[in-house]
Design a protein around this ligand. Structure first.
Ligand code: ADP
Ligand code: MG
Length: 690
């Protein structure tokens, strides 16, 4: 139940003195129905008025307030304004101009001989001072007035006047922010912050404080969801180390430090009853597959089954090949299932899976379809799918009597703040280094006009026995993967492949999303075996493909790709010990953003830096593939504040939940009010339901 102290804030805005039902209906168009909504409707700017004594101190274009003496009235002539002639105290003339209905009743509003305190914007007209539609005040006008986001029929001044009773209604709430943080930041209390924001133009501290409140509420809610998940009964999987140790012994190299750390975090989670929900982030080539395999083997050691999902058939098959190779003679039974498997083969796989004759099932989304029953699924690994949403997670948890552990892997180096806000219920492991011996990919931007030079270079490259990729964008400019609805979307790749075949012959392979599965696999197999040296492709090769002998990547119309995507594509080369090159072919005219993107790609190989830049250039929606903005958007905190304050809010929320998980103590109680205030009621409900 919402604390009673919050009632005044959740009262209908129409009940405020001066609001009334008609006005309340208009406010509703701004999304304002309760007093709380009105208070969180913050000014986006201020209008300043300078009080002056004489027009001698005035400059054109400024808003001023001054006392004037009314001299005479002139009626409107033709389409011109009605004019009231006035003088300031020093005798400098000023014309007050009125158009339309404003021109009525001027004689009564500005009696000749009287003094008026007028306010308005100063203009020069035919060498004289003029003010159009000045306001008259009994005394001096306010020097600063808030400007609110408005809608028809609601002026900023009306909103400001309603703010007075609304601010009076703010109850005295116990502080939920850690006292030391409050002191360090010199933030005002909640009620004080609101009052400052609506009354003082320069209130950065108050703005930060309220943004922080919102972020803290968000992260507290996530922390509560995490806590509830920990309490849910999953399957504790304690590995024996038999398989993982044998695997590690057979490898010619050592785990990197962050592989070791991440694997430890993952197996640590899996040993708990609570179902793991962990995001493994690692740049392309950082070695996520091996970490996943160690986790899968741990599950198998503990007598459970593992599932390994890849986004495309191509990648799933590659994972199967990789796992087969890595496992060698180890006693682990692998199975494979994709949407292409039909009939008898599929039946056999399903039966083996249900009988527990398969230890690890690898495949596409098909492996979680309704008809697919596991004997005892203990761990699901989802590769390259940061879009694996909540509903998909729920579907997965229905695959077993107890929710399986879940490891989601992504090469999209999601910036920390974004991960916290969007994947707040997940724990995050990061692979921050690459396996040793890798050289950074040399990246060059080349104008398409120099295509002949590029082709000559490519010819030398192929003649040396090397392989190369040539990536083309989709026809409609999208580079959204293979789901484009336009049947001709792959046309640029098809045309380019034809041109390259004319020059280089049958060593050219072509893959794109419109190619039927088996045909695509055949092309891919030719490239992987080295039979084909040049692979022309749409972005279907974006993730996961691993051909170390391919050391040249050409990306055509590179300006049409997002940064994160370019980075992913570039990650296809530089996978062996040899030097690799990435050529970004650009078109004739580039937008400023496009220029910056390509420059960024040349300047750095750091996926996290690129992701941060992509976030700035394109916004979170595109980066996460959820174009609808505001899905996780904040109402009060802007992007800059999210970046600056969210990590602290997250730490603070975790700490509070660790100390007082039930939110029973004094600060916990205050935090409950905060959660209601920002409508994270569902999270509070978990406190009892848990
Ligand atoms: P990604 O994170 O992009 O999925 P992969 O798992 O495909 O990366 O690994 C990239 C390559 O690095 C693979 O060929 C893999 O065998 C190799 N690799 C993984 N871990 C190590 C390591 N610790 N030392 C050397 N090579 C490694
Ligand atoms: Mg991978």
């Amino acid at each position: 139940m919402r604390p009673l102290s919050l009632n005044p804030l959740f009262a209908a805005v129409g009940a405020l003195p001066g609001a009334g039902p008609a006005f309340a209906r208009r406010l509703e168009r701004l999304g304002i129905t309760r007093v709380r909504d009105l208070l969180f409707h913050l000014p986006f700017g201020w209008r300043f008025t300078t009080a002056i004594d004489s027009l001698a101190q005035a400059s054109e274009g400024t808003r001023v307030a001054l006392p004037v003496t009314i001299l005479s009235h002139e009626r409107a002539k033709g389409r011109g304004p009605a004019r009231v002639m006035a003088d300031d105290a020093s005798g400098i003339g000023l014309i007050l101009a009125f158009f339309g209905p404003q021109a009525d009743h001027l004689a009564a509003r500005f009696p000749v001989g009287s003094t008026a305190h007028i306010t308005g914007q100063l203009e020069r007209f035919s060498g004289r001072w003029q003010m159009v539609h000045p306001e008259a005040w009994k005394q001096n006008a306010p020097s600063a007035e808030p400007i609110y986001p408005q809608t028809a029929g609601i002026t900023s001044r009306k909103i400001a006047s309603l703010m007075v009773p609304a601010l009076k209604a703010v109850p005295d709430l116990a502080e939920w922010i850690e006292p030391s943080l409050l002191r360090k930041k010199e933030w005002p209390g909640f009620a004080d912050a609101l009052s400052r924001l609506h009354n003082q133009p320069d209130s950065a501290a108050a703005r930060d404080r309220l943004a922080y409140d919102e972020l803290l509420a968000s992260q507290l809610a996530w922390a509560l969801v995490r806590m509830r998940r920990r309490r849910a009964r999953g399957i504790a999987l304690q590995g024996t180390g038999k398989l993982t140790e044998a695997l590690l012994q057979s490898l010619p190299w050592q785990l990197t430090a962050s592989q070791r750390l991440s694997a430890g975090e993952i197996t640590g989670d899996m040993a708990q009853q609570a179902a793991m929900l962990r995001l493994l982030q690692g740049d392309v080539g950082s070695g996520k597959t091996l970490v996943a395999l160690l986790a899968l083997l741990t599950a198998v050691e503990a007598g459970a089954q593992g599932a390994f999902l890849a986004p495309t058939d191509l990648l799933a098959r590659q994972h199967l090949a990789t796992l087969e190779k890595l496992l060698g003679a180890l006693p682990v039974r692998l199975g494979f299932l994709s949407g292409r498997d039909k009939g008898r083969a599929r039946e056999v796989t399903l039966a083996r899976l249900a009988d527990g004759d398969i230890d690890i099932l690898i495949g596409t989304h098909a492996i979680f379809q309704q008809a697919v029953a596991y004997r005892n699924l203990g761990l699901a690994v989802i590769d390259e799918q940061h879009r694996f949403g909540v509903s998909q997670r729920l579907m997965l948890s229905e695959k077993a009597a107890r929710p399986p552990h879940l490891l989601v892997m992504t090469a999209t180096p999601i910036p920390r703040t974004l991960a916290l806000a969007h994947f707040g219920e997940m724990d995050v492991s990061r692979l921050t280094e690459r396996p040793p011996g890798r050289q950074p990919v040399e990246t060059r931007v080349v104008a398409l006009a120099r295509l002949e030079d590029v082709l000559d270079g490519l010819a030398r490259h192929l003649a040396a026995g090397r392989q190369a990729y040539w990536v083309c964008p989709l026809l409609d400019g999208g580079a959204e993967g293979e789901i484009a609805s336009d049947p001709d979307a792959a046309a640029p790749a098809v045309a380019r492949a034809a041109m390259l075949k004319a020059r280089f012959g049958e060593t050219v392979a072509l893959v794109h999303g419109k190619l039927a599965g088996p045909a695509r696999d055949a092309q891919m197999a030719r490239f992987q075996s080295g039979a084909a040296q040049l692979l022309v492709a749409t972005t279907v090769i974006e993730v996961g493909v691993d051909v170390p002998n391919a050391t040249l990547m050409v990306i055509e119309a590179a300006e049409r790709f997002g940064l994160a995507q370019l980075h992913q594509l570039r990650g296809r080369v530089g996978r062996g010990a040899d030097r690799s090159v990435c050529l970004l072919l650009r078109g004739e005219s580039l937008s400023e953003t496009a220029r910056q993107r390509l420059q960024m790609m040349r300047a750095t190989d750091d996926g996290f830096a690129i992701a941060e830049a992509d976030l700035k250039l394109r916004g979170a929606g595109e980066l996460l593939g959820t174009r609808q903005s505001g899905e996780q958007g904040f109402q009060l905190a802007n992007e800059e504040q999210v970046a600056r304050l969210l990590p602290t809010a997250d730490d603070d929320a975790r700490l509070l939940i660790a100390r007082d998980g039930g939110l029973e103590g004094p600060r916990g109680q205050a935090a409950r009010a905060l959660l209601y205030l920002f409508e994270r009621d569902a999270a509070v409900a978990t406190l009892r339901g848990g």
